[in-house]
Design a protein around this ligand. Structure first.
Ligand code: ADE
Length: 424
């Protein structure tokens, strides 16, 4: 079997950690048990470009149990857990091409390794694999059956492809399922982002001013968790409705140009580029901490920061923290700290979202793969929403595993909801 991982001697540790995560993924486990019997993915070749974590390992095991041939590569150069990659190869027989901290060239070579296996399903996190397939291997598009996409960023890219009539096969926007973004993006990103910042810096959040850029589900999660830890939260937004929501949720809202001098910790979760730039760096307090939890490392303008702090004015001060000495308008040299090179801090400096929340995201992934196979020949080359039955099933299954019971509509209530004649 061809594969490329950092260190096969880590496999046993990986196996233990994968089992630990699995114990917190009961919905995915139940799907795996059914897949093992029914083999709904027989004949499929799945190329999975995902963060190589313990949770992803359990998804890949599920897809394989469903009868698919599965190949995996990292969806971010810094998110791979090398022990997990080794265990997937050794214990699960899944070829993995991923090494933590791989360079850009290796990252794309690994995506090409997946495409060399002639997949007919892509499972992407950020749309890099889909984009590479369309731009470098258009001749392989005719082999494709379908795809799924995990993230907000990836869905935005896919919609742009659809708008340009460039999308070569149907893709389900798993991110858009309620049981994905309302939980993974909010509670997952909320917790794991702070986890990454704390592990990297050991900073005390209580009493600090935390500036959160972006108030989508990820920003809401980060803001509420930081607030819960005793931070004063400032939100920056470009969308008026979200800014209003942040304001009514009790947070101060202002432009980044004003927040820059007030924040102790800055967290970007916008999905856009140039959120923290030269203009902001020169206004920051001494010791300001900068972290990004958006998908790509474009939110903090590191190039500008390197120009402001050339040569010896920057150095590594902890394993995952780089310090830049930036001269402000008063001529003072202030330390600006960047965590995890401005890459996804929750996966670069911590373990990503906890298994209990990835359980729902990856249950959606597995069930959408099954649905896509059942729909072969009936779908167009566009971006599809997760079927509502799948979304509700995942919610029901998760509630059941949590021991939470809910009410059901009575016949009279159902009739009432279906009628338009009953009024005051
Ligand atoms: N994205 C965020 N957290 C993750 C995790 N634990 N595994 C895979 N993808 C993730």
């Amino acid at each position: 079997m061809d594969f490329e991982v950092a260190d096969m001697s880590l496999a046993e540790l990986g196996r233990q950690r994968i089992a630990w995560a699995d114990a917190n993924m009961p919905v995915l486990t139940s799907i795996r048990e059914r897949f093992l019997k029914e083999k709904p993915l027989e004949g499929m070749v799945i190329a999975a470009c995902l963060h190589i974590t313990t949770e992803t390992a359990n998804l890949l095991r599920t897809l394989k149990a469903g009868g698919a041939s599965v190949y995996a590569a990292a969806s971010n150069p810094l998110s791979t857990q090398d022990d997990v990659a080794a265990s997937l190869v050794k214990h699960e027989g899944i070829p993995v091409f991923a090494i933590r901290a791989e360079d850009q060239e290796t990252y794309y070579r690994h995506l090409d390794e997946l495409l060399d296996r002639h997949p007919n399903i892509t499972m992407d996190d950020g749309c890099d694999l889909v984009s590479r397939l369309h731009s470098k291997r258009p001749e392989q598009l005719k082999e494709m059956v379908a795809g799924t996409e995990e993230t907000t960023t990836g869905v935005i890219r896919l919609r742009a492809m659809e708008k340009d009539s460039a999308l070569g096969y149907p893709v389900v926007a798993v991110n858009d399922a309620d049981t994905k973004h309302m939980f993974d993006n909010r509670y997952g990103t909320g917790q794991s982002t702070l986890d990454g910042i704390i592990r990297a810096t050991n900073v005390l959040l209580a009493g600090k001013t935390v500036v959160v850029a972006g108030y989508g589900y990820c920003g809401k999660g980060v803001s509420s968790r930081a607030s819960g830890m005793g931070s004063n939260v400032i939100v920056t937004e470009i969308d008026p409705t979200r800014a209003l929501e942040a304001s009514m949720d009790g947070f101060r809202v202002m432009p980044m140009s004003e927040a820059a001098s007030q924040g102790d910790i800055f967290i970007t979760v916008t999905g856009n580029r140039d959120v923290l730039t030269r203009e902001h760096f020169v206004k920051m307090k001494d010791g300001a901490i900068l972290a990004n939890s958006g998908h790509f490392d474009v939110e903090i303008d590191l190039k500008a920061l390197r120009e402001l702090a050339p040569g010896e004015a920057s150095r590594k001060v902890r394993p995952l923290v780089d310090e830049y000495l930036v001269t402000n308008a008063a001529g003072e040299n202030n330390r600006v700290m960047v965590v995890a090179e401005g890459r996804l801090v929750n996966l670069g400096a911590a373990e990503g979202h906890p298994a209990a929340v990835m359980d729902m995201s990856f249950a959606n992934q597995a069930l959408c793969a099954e649905w896509l196979v059942s729909q072969v020949g009936h779908l167009e080359n566009r971006v599809y929403q997760v079927p509502v039955e799948i979304d509700k099933d995942v919610a029901r299954l998760k509630l059941a595993t949590m021991g939470v019971k809910v009410d059901v509509l009575t016949a009279a209530q159902e009739e009432y909801l279906a009628s338009w004649t009953v009024g005051t």
